[in-house]
Design a protein around this ligand. Structure first.
Ligand code: BES
Ligand code: MN
Ligand code: ZN
Length: 497
């Protein structure tokens, strides 16, 4: 789908904004005048109040050339932010993508908290994100199920600034789509080796990619990662992606670490059958890291960033690890594996350690679909945030809010840490009782963070995908790509020259 910025022109469908109270803004008022008040009358007849996402669909009004005018609400004017504009544009695309139309015109307006050029850029972003599809395996789509929309024109005066920003934003969209595709791929197609090969493609963008195979991880002493991987006939991989964009080539990088369980059966502590297919998305953390690396490289960020993803398949089998096994991590610490389904923390133990040991980063952020408990606590709206550093936690929270990928901070403390002590090894991988599941997971990962390293852990089990309905217009499929925008914004705000 092509996006253009134009000062004037026509199309099949036009979308305009309205705020709560059913108020049209500048562009909408002009259109209403051109149609001799037909749009306003249609809004009244439809009891349209301008609530966010509400649509009044006006067909072929006399006075303009458009076949349809979509009046779409953005909610309260004062509360509407850039994300509200993205969703506004997303609704317009959602309504027209397969509708038989080829060209949509978006007419964004300035809002109290959003300048005209910001609104234009966000409109383009929302339109692109809303057009995402994962239908490469649908060979029998009916004509009416296929997208017809070919072009979106963002129509406004003073297009230059918005167009420049939208062009930069394309890198972010590419990163989000990369992550969504990876999460969506079926687990017979995307497994550790094939995942690693897809990351290899980032080399064309100037990212240095290094892939460690099982024998190399063995030499490094990654007993926890290999313990999870050993149940599968497909060997694990540890992939490092480096983007060295800072003018200071030697400056410490920020390290992003991702959980990449390409399928989580639970292992010998096997999961129930219902809904197990969703565990193909258990590599959402690794996908977010990969997507962020792609975005950062595409926009040539002036920052040193290293992404480390641990890729394994957690399977039961003759060689699978058993509850009771004790494994030795790269850090030297030992773990008693009491539940093979608490595997994410095991692979993170080695990946987080490796990232620090090899790259001496200025901070470490790990992302993982780690616990079902975070869904109980926060649902699908917020990711769980844990951190040992106030500034880092605040910076993540701000970036998350600005990008529509919200987080909610949860506590860490010595009392929770104690829950994973065991007489048999340095720690066990689950607590003795099923309490504070997400915090316990975070405390476990924290044991592999060196003293003095600012660290944050994002538990994205509730946000990497959603079970439907897919009613967020800018996230129209199962996989969300959660984390790419947050990480990219954090890097832009805090780690660039
Ligand atoms: N991948 C799961 C967590 C998960 C659950 C992600 C639901 C997305 C949706 C993780 O590996 C897991 O199985 N965690 C266990 C931990 C428990 C055994 C301590 C869980 O949450 O039940
Ligand atoms: Mn598991
Ligand atoms: Zn898992």
């Amino acid at each position: 789908m092509d996006i253009r910025f134009v000062a004037a022109g026509g199309g099949d469908v036009v979308a305009i904004m309205a705020t709560e109270g059913g108020e049209l803004l500048e562009a909408g008022k002009a259109l209403d005048t051109a149609t001799a008040g037909r749009i306003g009358r249609a809004m009244k007849a439809a009891r349209f109040t301008g609530g966010a996402g509400q649509v009044a669909d006006v067909l072929a009004p006399e006075g303009v050339d458009f076949a349809r005018v979509l009046v779409i609400g953005v909610g309260k004017a004062e509360a509407a932010d850039g994300m509200a504009v993205e969703r506004w544009a997303g609704h317009a695309v959602k309504r027209t993508l397969t509708g038989g139309f080829e060209k949509l015109v978006l007419q964004p307006d300035a809002l109290p908290g959003v300048s005209k050029s910001e609104a234009g850029a966000h409109a383009a972003m929302g339109a692109r994100l809303a057009a995402y599809r994962f239908d490469s395996y649908r060979t029998k789509l009916k004509p009416e199920q296929k997208p017809t929309l070919k072009a979106v024109d963002v129509m406004m005066d003073g297009t230059a600034a918005a167009a420049a920003r939208a062009e930069k934003d394309e890198a972010i969209v590419e990163g989000v789509f990369f992550a969504r595709d990876l999460v969506s791929e079926p687990p017979n197609v995307l497994y550790p080796e094939s995942f690693a090969e897809r990351l290899r493609d980032l080399e064309t963008l100037g990212v240095e990619v290094e892939i460690l195979e099982p024998a190399q991880m063995e030499r490094l002493g990654m007993g926890a990662l290999l313990g999870v991987a050993q149940g599968s006939s497909r060997g694990g991989r540890l992939v490092t992606m480096r983007w060295n964009g800072s003018a200071q080539k030697k400056a410490k990088p920020i390290a992003l670490v991702g959980k990449g369980v390409t399928f989580d059966t639970g292992g010998i502590s096997i999961k129930p059958a219902g809904g197990m297919d969703e565990m193909k998305g258990d590599m959402g953390g690794a996908a977010a890291v990969a997507g962020a690396m792609k975005a950062v490289a595409l926009r040539k960020a002036k920052a040193n960033v290293v992404g480390v993803v641990a890729l394994v398949e957690n399977m039961p089998g003759a060689n699978a690890q058993r509850p009771g096994d004790i494994v030795t991590t790269m850090s030297g610490q030992t773990i008693e594996v009491l539940n093979t389904d608490a595997e994410g923390r095991l692979i993170l133990a080695d990946a987080v350690w490796y990232a620090q040991d090899k790259f001496d980063p200025s901070a470490v952020i790990d992302l993982a679909t780690l616990t079902g408990a975070v869904i109980v606590a926060l649902g699908n709206e917020h990711a769980g945030l844990f951190s040992n550093d106030e500034d880092l936690a605040n910076a993540i929270t701000a970036a998350a809010l600005a990008e529509g990928e919200p987080v909610w901070r949860l506590p860490l403390s010595a009392a929770y840490d104690k829950l994973i002590d065991t007489p048999n090894a340095d720690m066990k991988n689950i607590a003795g009782k099923p309490v504070a599941g997400s915090i316990v997971g975070a405390q476990f990962v924290k044991r592999f963070v060196k003293d003095g390293t600012p660290w944050a852990h994002l538990d994205i089990a509730g946000t990497a995908w959603k079970s439907g309905p897919y009613d967020d217009p800018i996230s129209p499929a199962w996989a969300t790509g959660y984390g790419v925008r947050l990480l990219n914004r954090l890097i832009a705000n805090r780690y660039e020259d």
